[in-house]
Design a protein around this ligand. Sequence first.
Ligand SMILES: [Zn+2]
Length: 310
Amino acid sequence: MSYPWLQPAEEEFAERLVQGRLPHALLLSGPRGTGKKELASQLLAGILCLDSDWPACGNCRSCQLLATGAHPDCRILTFEDHPRTGDLRKELIVDQVRGLISSLNLTNTISRRKAALIYPAEAMNTNAANALLKTLEEPPGETVIILVCSDTARLPATIRSRCQNLTIRQPEPADALDWLQNESGLDEQSARAALQAAAGSPLEALRLHREGATEQYLLLTETLAKLEAGRIGAGSALAALADVEPDRLWSWISLLAAGRLKSGGRPLQQARELSKLQSAADLNRKLVSTPVRKDFLLQDWLIQWARISA
Ligand SMILES: [Zn+2]
């Protein structure tokens, strides 16, 4: 199943594929939560399918092997566990890229082409990115490398300049709302709240709704409104928010502060303090997995919020 906002990118890709104009390196970029990875999987299937150009047939040996994750002509490079600590690495490293390159140098066994997927491409560290450059420029044989990226600013210019772009845009707010209401059966007000909590991403909004997190977002906005109006104090606000998952809480708080800043029309001093509070929220989010007392951080933040809103 594909999402309506992905159709322009799909059509553009299909045209290149059918006309034999596929690049060696394709940079699939767009905001988080728009289905880039799902689209990349479809593109891989199309590149490798034995029976059809587009869309992939879903039945041939290539399509079946791809579905099981065991296609010998396809390599996927993403975060791996650290062999010693067992923790998931937060970057893509040079050894992974070297492994990818040597597998691309082998002869293809099933499909006409070889394909590789790298995501999130912006997580490649400097050595990994440098190791990939030559292969992006002159890949062995008929190879297509797809790089999936949510933040192209973090991708080295040397990588960007060697790729053809395929860009996905966030759907228009009205289209996102329509889609979300259709998928979830939510009423308009709740769907709007879910989209707000997801910074406009319809897929993330659907996920939040299914996890019951939209109610928590509404609880947060209501609690902050009461705090600003002086109807409750920071202590009561803290108690009201006790059950909201901390990582989400801080990302929403940061989003709300950013929204306030963007709406403008406030004195410079207040805007500065608001900006500081947003930075504090981002910092506190990073401390979620540390032993720091989270309730102190939140109480302090709420006191500052009440003070600048007064
Ligand atoms: Zn097929």
